[in-house]
Design a protein around this ligand. Sequence first.
Ligand SMILES: C[S@@+](CC[C@H](N)C(=O)[O-])C[C@H]1O[C@@H](n2cnc3c(N)ncnc32)[C@H](O)[C@@H]1O
Length: 283
Amino acid sequence: MAGEARAAAKAVETAEAYYDSHDADSFYAIIWGGEDIHVGLYEHPDEPIATASRRTVAHMASRLSGLTPGARVLDLGAGYGGAARYLAREHGAQVTCLNLSEVENARNRTLTREQGLEDRITVDHGAFEDLAYPDASFDIVWSQDAFLHSADRKRVLAGAARVVRPGGELIFTDPMQADTVADPAALKPVYERIHLSSLGSFAFYRAQLQALGLEDAGSQDMTGQLRNHYARVRAELLDRRDALKGEVSDAYVARMLEGLAHWVNAADQGLLAWGVIHYRKTR
Ligand SMILES: C[S@@+](CC[C@H](N)C(=O)[O-])C[C@H]1O[C@@H](n2cnc3c(N)ncnc32)[C@H](O)[C@@H]1O
């Protein structure tokens, strides 16, 4: 296996083991609310994480012109499927969730069934580096805060561009590094927490998507929300440490607190970026 393919396979293995772990599953269910695991849009810094996270989904949905009833949506790295249920319930979309963690997929299937949406949502196990769907089989490809885990983002974007139909849309968010980062070594503490040696950036995604023949449909830099969010999660974790006793190991909590502090510090130094990347396939 070539070096790049080996790194990509290793990153997939690491992400799968992490999201399948009891510690991570309990942490995301208890502290983040069990529906959404992504940066929230905060109207004020003390808002509940779940409220702000749901606002991100609604905001992204509002940017799409092709989100009509029956629209075929592929959610890459769908987690617990909170966005899929929102898109199916509020917009009548037909959503395919692709996700690596079978622990999350099981929760996704249960919540989807409980909410009566199983005729509109399919949950597939797999890696977004290897999309098995036919060309042009989706109207919208969607992803939230998942591509950071990949060691081969070029391949992920090429796959996403292949499976979206001409005229269709690709919309995603991702915690990224700022375009101005000259020395990625400054981000080492952040990379280490996600076990990777790079993050995407607005410039990287723009260059790749343009090369794939997609055009910008209204991307938005919302970097300030990343700092809000990680600081909010850290505060909530400190406040509710007791609720995690017996569910999440002390070692995991200690590592998470340290990791979140690195994200907040890096954001304060202007090293990070986050926002909505929205492109349309022209041909
Ligand atoms: C931060 S969570 C976001 C989950 C979901 N998008 C949300 O916003 O609630 C990142 C997700 O990416 C998934 N993931 C990471 N690497 C992946 C890969 N190579 N292929 C598919 N899913 C992946 C993980 O299983 C996890 O659910």
